[in-house]
Design a protein around this ligand. Sequence first.
Ligand code: TRP
Length: 458
Amino acid sequence: MNNLQANQERSSLHGQWSSRMTFILAVTGSAIGLGNIWKFPYIAGDNGGGAFVLIYLICIFIIGFPIMVSEIMIGRKGRRNPITSMKILGQEEQGKANWKWVGMIGLSAGFIILSYYSVIAGWTLHYFKMSIFGELSNLDNESAQAIFGQLTDSAVTQLIYHTAFMAITVAIIAKGIKDGLERAVKLMMPGLLFILIILLFYSVFQGDFMAGVNFLLVPDFSKITSQSVLAAMGQAFFTLSLGMGCIVMYGAYLPKNESIIGTTTTIIFCDTLIALLAGLVIFPIVFQFGLKPTDGPGLIFLTLPLAFNEITGGYVFSGLFFILLAFAAITSALSLLEPSVAWMIENKNYTRGKSALIIGALIWLLGFLSIFSFNILSEFTFWKGTLFDNFDYLASNILLPVSGLLFTIFAGWIMKTENSTDELSDVSRYVYNLWRFGARYIAPVGVILVFLNAIGLI
Ligand code: TRP
């Protein structure tokens, strides 16, 4: 198995996507999630807006793009979970199995991310429930803050929804990806886009739209610090699901004849569009209601209910919005869980159900720490803040870029030219060289410069 000749294809142990469309949907489903709608606005708000957004966009295109292509390539060539794929390919291309460590860093990042991701997804479930029970009506700035405060103060409420969200994620992964996932994504993504557009109309006509646009799109470079550049890069990795190996994993199920560059372009376009739309919806509302862009992880939960409140039939849209957001979070959560589960199936010979349950339970437990960060442990701070802050910082700003860097170095430098050419055989030599330049020089140098800058060396 490990001594495959170049160009001879290995097959995946867990089946393949049924079409190019499903792959695009699944990766888009992984990419679009809380990262776009919950995290992007609050991180942009915390880091001063426009200049941050500009750096974020640059990171997406010059770092994110080549890395996503590299990850899909590695997955499709390795056809295994990220750890095993890196081990097999490392042996084939360089005689070194140590590349498996890259997969391990990625998987541990996924573990940490899912533990708090599920807590926030739980918040959206709670807001869904409150919307349909009419508990979000007649809000003003203060009552919106009070409702959000009640949620974060209550470990029990958060625990219930965190448990529900993890249970759903584990149940879907246990059943295998095809049926549930593919169908869900097809319905939800357009639905989410539809409600965002309705909200955009609201923001344009009723919100302080120009203040929002100014904040989000007009760069004020005096607000940029080395930490915000790092945050922008971390957010680019997070939103594109890079560095963790989930794109490697999904690439492992991609049929050989599909275009990697073509699919990557579509995915990145959709993901960026949704994030910018979310920002254009949220900031006009922030300014109209006198909230602060720096309100942190609660930002969408403070702003959006206020807007829905003022739209006729708002509670219907509000309910729909939060449930669709929960769905978007589920498709992302699946991609965070799948690589570790596939690893366990392939290495421990457990069934899919058992593997999903074991790993799901561990992540669920770790999630308690994030829940407590908002209440009983809120005073317990070190390094970057609460436990939740530290988990997010460590995973997004350090682990994802480090393993993303190594994935792209592997695809750009270690993989033989004939193998990478073979994976990208559908595009012209010029496009291939462009990718290769990005993967060899631009993305690695970019990531390293941002790191050096963040630790104060340059
Ligand atoms: N990209 C998803 C979002 O924006 C979250 C996500 C899914 C993720 N898989 C990932 C983040 C892998 C980092 C790594 O919500």
